[in-house]
Design a protein around this ligand. Structure first.
Ligand code: DX5
Ligand code: ZN
Length: 224
């Protein structure tokens, strides 16, 4: 039995001067998680949230915080993000020299550990780490910005990863992030993804609560 698909709105696309309202809309719209995009201006060409922002969001919502670290040398700040209340943390494969150590640190702190991969990074490279992670975050855009176009080959990648996990009897979840909207969320759901991130499709609309509910109803009827 496939797990029900979960929705993780990305507050990067919200009004950044009013993140408290953004997380309230996530709750009202029935989100399962709040996706928080941490960017350092080095690993990706954009600068967003730091540790105090995660701590502040934690005080404003009971929803689990899904923290996506797009930073160089994640070992420098990982402990601080965990202390700030990150319930799930994804570290990029491309920037983690000692990925196994970071994943162990996340789990020791009682949070869920994920490995994120860029569009050009093959899932075959995850062979060793798969048994140690709770989830894999497949980027369906090149990380750095909200509002980019979905890369369709991500669907085949999700299927490939699902097949690898099934063949090895592993339980890791699959999360997909980037360019997902009402027009493609069904295909994403059918590719075996467990958690969908949506930024612009929720917050670059007049009514984020209604947008979230529409995304939910679109996937509820999807056979999985
Ligand atoms: C991209 C981020 C995404 C992004 C999603 O680097 O990791 O989480 O905010 O936004 P949309 O859904 O607009 O692509
Ligand atoms: Zn993200």
């Amino acid at each position: 039995m496939k797990r029900p698909l979960r929705l993780a709105p990305s507050v990067l696309a919200a009004d950044l001067a009013d993140l408290g309202a953004a997380v309230r809309r996530c709750e009202e719209g029935g989100a399962d998680l709040v996706h928080v995009d941490v960017m350092d201006g080095h690993f990706v060409p954009n600068l967003t949230f730091g540790v105090p922002m995660v701590a502040a969001l934690k005080r404003h919502t009971a929803l689990p915080l899904d923290v996506h670290l797009m930073i160089e040398r994640p070992e420098r700040l990982l402990g601080a993000f965990l202390e700030a209340g990150a319930d799930r943390v994804a570290v990029h494969w491309e920037t983690a020299t000692h990925l196994d150590r970071l994943v162990a640190q996340i789990r020791t702190a009682g949070s869920e550990a994920g490995v994120a991969v860029n569009p050009a990074t093959p899932v075959a490279l995850l062979e060793e780490i798969l048994p140690a992670v709770d989830f894999v975050l497949l980027m369906s855009v090149n990380p750095g910005f909200a509002g980019q176009r979905f890369l369709p080959r991500s669907l085949a990648k999700a299927r490939q990863l699902g097949a690898i996990l099934a063949a090895r009897g592993l339980q890791a979840e699959v999360e997909m992030d980037g360019g997902i909207d009402l027009g493609n969320i069904r295909e994403v759901a059918m590719s075996g993804v467990d958690t969908v991130v949506a930024g612009s499709a929720v917050f670059a609309t007049d009514d984020p609560v209604a947008a979230l509910r529409r995304l939910r109803s679109e996937i509820e009827e999807t056979p999985r």
